[in-house]
Design a protein around this ligand. Structure first.
Ligand code: UD2
Length: 358
């Protein structure tokens, strides 16, 4: 009897031990599988579940990409590469283009760009479009929107694969200030009617300009501003902000961060919708009171960007001016305004009444 009980106990212990070993092996198999599964999922997600709706989702790099080791202690020291609110300032030498492209190409994003060529400004379109083909978001889906009152003067340029060009009619005006400022309203409408939920990012560019170097995925961000090349070494008291307190573009002396260009800005479509809606509303509210800010929509944009800090700031490499000599910190001019004869091309030749160094 005692013998039977002992045998039974041994059998039970053996069974229990066996069960425990089996369970622990199964668990470790499950654990390994789930880790592998997760790893697989992190690196090979479908373009669909990534990104169209969420272009700012995590930056997934392809595992096989070889690139130079980044340094955490050696980098550019001649320029500031981060704002006081910790947004990057993009200069040549601060990013790895190949790495960034490999991250953003996987996201299958699309980029819209707007350019206005009203009246005689159609003369700038050919160079703008041809050079954009060579340098602007090469390899990405780009939808270029040309707004003009002279569609027959839009040149035919061979388009890269993944590029689309749309030509839209807009009215002319007797005042260049209105042509320039109304861009905010037209871009707002474009986003609301066509781009929202269809396009990820948008950049709004001056037409009297040419690309000379890469402008690509390094410029992407939620809200993107470009430092104006005319003032980046100046004290902010010298910035040509709107200085009348009666304007909704007002920035007092002693306030403001940088002076940003009206000729290039962008971001994701939601943020740019917010920006254009606000600038348009403020511009129109001022106009109703008979006020026009010093530099029209550029003044409103500067006010907006002061309150709504840009999440990425592009250095003056991203909008230089051909008449300016290069400065040592400018290693590469990517996009630059051409020299133009204002008197010959503007419908009303009111020379700028504000500071004219622009
Ligand atoms: C600056 C800004 C510009 C705008 C303006 C203030 C830069 C490099 N440029 O340039 O963006 O903020 O100050 O209003 O920051 N346009 C036409 N037809 C016209 C007049 C203007 O199509 O008759 C369009 C065109 O796309 C042009 C843009 O408006 O590029 C701005 O006009 P601009 O280049 O004459 O203004 P500008 O040089 O004073």
């Amino acid at each position: 009897m005692l013998q039977h009980a002992r045998t039974g106990t041994v059998v039970v212990i053996v069974l229990l031990l066996g069960g425990l070993i089996y369970l622990s092996q199964s668990y470790s198999r499950w654990f390994i599988f789930s880790v592998q599964d997760k790893k697989q999922h992190d690196t090979t997600r479908d373009a669909d579940d990534i990104i169209r709706d969420c272009p700012n989702s995590p930056l997934l790099a392809p595992e096989q990409l070889q690139y130079q080791q980044p340094s955490i202690i050696v980098g550019r020291t001649d320029v500031v590469t981060v704002t006081p609110w910790l947004s990057p300032v993009v200069w040549e030498g601060t990013f790895n283009a190949e790495l960034l492209d490999s991250i953003y190409l996987q996201k299958n994003i699309s980029i819209a760009a707007t350019v206005f060529a009203v009246g005689k400004y159609t003369m700038f379109l050919k160079d703008f479009l041809l050079t954009a083909q060579q340098h602007f978001f090469v390899g990405f889906h780009v939808h270029m929107y040309v707004f003009t009152d002279r569609p027959s003067e839009v040149p035919t340029v061979p388009l890269r694969a993944n590029w689309k060009l749309f030509v839209r009619m807009v009215p002319n005006s007797r005042r260049w200030q209105i042509i320039s400022a109304r861009r905010m309203e037209i871009i707002q409408t474009l986003i609301e009617d066509e781009l929202m939920n269809q396009t990820d990012y948008i950049f709004c560019l001056d037409v009297d300009s040419r690309f000379h170097g890469r402008w690509g995925s390094e410029s992407l961000g939620a809200l993107v501003a470009v430092i104006h090349p005319g003032y980046y070494k100046d004290d902010r008291s010298r910035f040509p902000y709107e200085r009348h307190a009666s304007s909704s573009a007002f920035i007092a002396s002693g306030q403001g961060d940088f002076y940003y260009c009206g000729g290039a800005f962008g971001g994701n479509v939601q943020e740019v919708l917010q920006l254009t809606t606000t600038c348009r509303r403020n511009y129109e509210a001022d106009a109703a009171k008979g006020i026009e800010a010093a530099w029209q929509e550029e003044s409103h944009l500067n006010r907006y960007m002061w309150i709504n800090k840009p999440t990425k700031v592009l250095s003056p490499e991203y909008l230089w001016q051909d008449f300016k000599a290069w400065e040592p910190e400018i290693r590469l001019v990517r996009f630059s305004g051409v020299v133009k004869n204002y008197a010959a091309i503007r419908p009303n030749l009111a020379p700028p009444t504000q500071p004219t160094t622009k």
